[in-house]
Design a protein around this ligand. Structure first.
Ligand code: COA
Length: 432
């Protein structure tokens, strides 16, 4: 049991996440297996908490096993072509029935408010409706998919209005055509299209595993394009692909977490390490160590700042010897940002230097991404503090958690090399 001190410290540590999530739009997708899992009621409690904290939530549920169960009851054989259900006339009533039952069951769970339960006082409003306009996917490989459809358009304005109202928008993977027909859609398509349409901050997929797994079954904490997605996963593959495509289309972050693990959603959203796999927007952005081929690109990036005095001049020769200290962000073969970490032998402190983002790529968190990379790298080397000397970027570093320090706080070797003419300010950040 946590002590009061632990609780207070934990609650305070989550406050930056609470501030940052408030007013943001998250689209959650949970397959039918997840809705049927015993942990689903805990997920509902956590969704209620997010709603209370001012997160704008859209919840899209799947219903594959529930449709299969309805088909069995009706004695109808399920038909698939590839991985996609063929919703023929006999299957459509099963789809409608499964959707109705699931939607009502989820609405009921979100309406609970029993005393002594986490839902006490939540008073959640749920909105559902005909927000998705669909059309048939038609005939493929000679197979008529009948009432299986795809999205034609979304009523984004109405969804936004419900979210402005503080409602949770709950959507089944169904759409309606102007001819008045019902179409069975893929949950992943509904969730990604809505996330993109709403310019959501996050798309969060709840799958059967902890997150995306690599070939050895280990959790991939952060997905970059170094990971081939074929390498990851099995049953959660379509969820991961959906997150990746949403992120490639402008959704800022994707998360793949487990619906089986109690509290995974809160851990993912309110702790630094998270619980599952984080997918960053622009996974074309590769964060990697510098190699000798990068010298030209780094010089191109830093020389304009050396000329205007923002950075201390580094010769090509010096850069060559210090290359292993540099981390880069590359996009489509171009270096868009760099930063360097200079450790001091046997001391738990390192210098962050040469943090530069190409002017065209600023204000998209690349600087922050690099800094968090250097922090992780430093922690891995047992380093407990980072320092930076800067003349013009003090506020940026302060916003990233660096605090004003003095020359005396620096390692001896650095003090001796301090250039008094530059009058750089010293900032230190504890990263332990
Ligand atoms: C500082 C720098 C690395 C930030 O890169 P970035 O990818 O744009 O950073 P982020 O997206 O994480 O943060 C952007 C925010 O920082 C602010 N910012 C940028 N430079 C700043 C500065 N010198 N002082 C205060 N805030 C600054 C931006 O205005 C923006 O805030 P806003 O969105 O609220 O307007 C980049 O501006 C840069 O390359 N600057 C020139 C080189 C430099 O000064 N390097 C540091 C010397 S070690």
């Amino acid at each position: 049991m946590a002590t009061a001190d632990q609780f207070i410290s934990w609650f305070r540590q989550s406050s930056p996440y609470i501030h940052s999530h408030r007013g943001k739009t998250f689209v959650l997708m949970i397959p039918g297996d997840g809705v049927a899992h015993p942990n689903f009621s805990n997920i509902i409690h956590d969704i209620a908490l997010l709603n209370s904290l001012g997160v704008r939530l859209v919840l899209v549920h799947g219903m594959r096993p529930q449709i299969d169960a309805e088909l069995i009851v009706r004695g109808v054989e399920p038909v698939f072509h590839g991985n996609v259900r063929v919703t023929n006339d006999a299957a459509l009533p099963a789809v409608i029935s499964a959707a109705g039952q699931l939607r009502i069951a989820i609405e009921a769970e979100l309406s609970m408010g029993l005393a002594n339960s986490p839902m006490h006082g939540a008073r959640i409003r749920v909105s559902s409706g005909n927000f998705v306009v669909a059309k048939p996917i038609g005939v493929h490989d000679g197979v008529d998919f009948c009432h299986t459809g795809e999205i034609r358009r979304l009523d984004i304005d109405t969804i936004q209005r419900q979210l402005d109202n503080g409602d949770i928008v709950l959507l089944s993977p169904l759409g309606y055509s102007p001819s008045g027909e019902v179409f069975n859609l893929l949950m992943e398509e509904v969730a990604t299209t809505i996330a993109i349409g709403l310019s959501a901050e996050k798309i969060i997929a709840l799958g059967s595993h902890k997150g995306a797994l690599d070939a050895d079954g280990q959790l991939i904490r952060e997905l970059t394009n170094q990971h081939r997605i074929g390498e990851a996963i099995d049953s959660d593959e379509s969820l991961l692909k959906a997150c990746l495509s949403a992120c490639n289309a402008g959704v800022r972050r994707g998360h793949l977490i487990s619906y089986q693990e109690d509290g995974a959603l809160l851990q993912e959203l309110f702790t630094r390490d998270g619980a599952g796999t984080l997918i960053n927007q622009g996974d074309y952005d590769q964060v990697r160590s510098a190699t000798i081929e990068d010298i030209g690109g780094i010089l191109e990036l830093i020389q304009p700042l050396e000329r205007d005095g923002t950075l201390v001049r580094r010769s090509r020769e010096l850069l060559e010897t210090e290359l292993d200290r540099f981390t880069l962000i590359e996009r489509d073969g171009m270096i868009t940002a760099c930063a360097a970490l200079y450790p001091f032998a046997d001391q738990p402190i390192a210098e962050v230097a040469c943090v530069v983002v190409h002017p065209q790529y600023r204000k998209s968190q690349r600087g922050e991404l690099l800094l968090s990379h250097l922090e992780k790298q430093a922690r891995g080397q047992g380093i407990k503090q980072l320092f930076v000397l800067t003349t013009r970027t003090a506020h940026w570093f302060r916003e990233k958690g660096f605090e004003t320090a003095t020359l005396d706080d620096l390692p001896e070797q650095k003090k001796m090399l301090y250039n008094y003419q530059r009058s750089s300010q010293v900032f230190i950040k504890d990263i332990d």
